[in-house]
Design a protein around this ligand. Structure first.
Ligand code: SF4
Length: 218
């Protein structure tokens, strides 16, 4: 299943209108995808700097300020991903959809990579993605366009009331979108039994675990 996104920005868009040759990169590493449908698969992760969503439980707060992360040539990132056997490249953040990702995703496709993104959906997505993980947050409303193209809806459960929030978004996503509930890591002991019971009673949902944290890998 492939959903492609290609957008040309108008002058009112806060992002750049020309090709983006660099991205602020906090880190990049080859590991296993820990979460969601593709959990357990080898993947190269590219974490962009910059996020204005402001989740209080965020586990990558150091990503928030884009200026703290080096502008890295897209060409270099693509070359690095090519040095590893895994086909999947996950662009995450921060909030990667703050940036025009068309050039990056096209370049990754050219070297045979599958492009995945993890986004809160607050910006209209640009680029060509083979897998879109939509993880909405209570702190900033998603852009309406994300619901149509998302392949999986992954809602972090930090409090029982987040289950209601999850259902609100599940009603809006496309029919083939997979539904995942994932305990917020620091609350997992309290939240896990609640999520298990909820999933047993609402079997359209699946549980996503941050398996990379259990495995102690990046
Ligand atoms: Fe952190 Fe993601 Fe929330 Fe941004 S959207 S604050 S990176 S958890």
């Amino acid at each position: 299943m492939i959903h492609g996104y290609t957008r040309t920005f108008g002058s009112m868009d806060p992002r750049q209108t020309s090709l983006v040759h660099t991205l602020p990169i906090m880190e990049h590493f080859y590991t296993l995808q820990g979460e969601g449908f593709h959990a357990g698969k080898a993947a190269y992760f590219i974490r962009t700097g910059g996020c204005d969503v402001g989740c209080h439980w965020c586990d990558v707060k150091e990503s928030w300020d884009a200026d703290k992360h080096p502008q890295t040539p897209i060409e270099d990132l693509v070359k690095l991903t090519s040095e590893h056997k895994g086909d999947i490249v996950v662009i995450t953040g921060g909030e990667p959809a703050m940036y025009d990702l068309k050039e990056t995703t096209q370049a990754l496709h050219k070297v045979g990579k599958q492009t995945h993104i993890e986004t809160s959906g607050v910006y209209e997505l640009t680029g060509e993605f083979d897998w879109i993980t939509f993880s909405p947050k209570k702190f900033k409303a998603p852009h309406a366009s994300i619901y149509k193209g998302a392949h999986e809806l992954k809602v972090v459960i930090n409090h029982p009331s987040d289950l209601e929030f999850a259902e609100e978004h599940a009603e809006k996503v496309n029919d083939s979108c997979l539904l995942y509930l994932q305990p917020e890591w620091s609350k997992r002991v309290r939240m896990m039994p609640i999520i298990i019971e909820y999933t047993k009673n609402h079997p359209q949902w699946r549980i996503s675990l941050q398996t990379h944290k259990y495995l102690n890998i990046p």
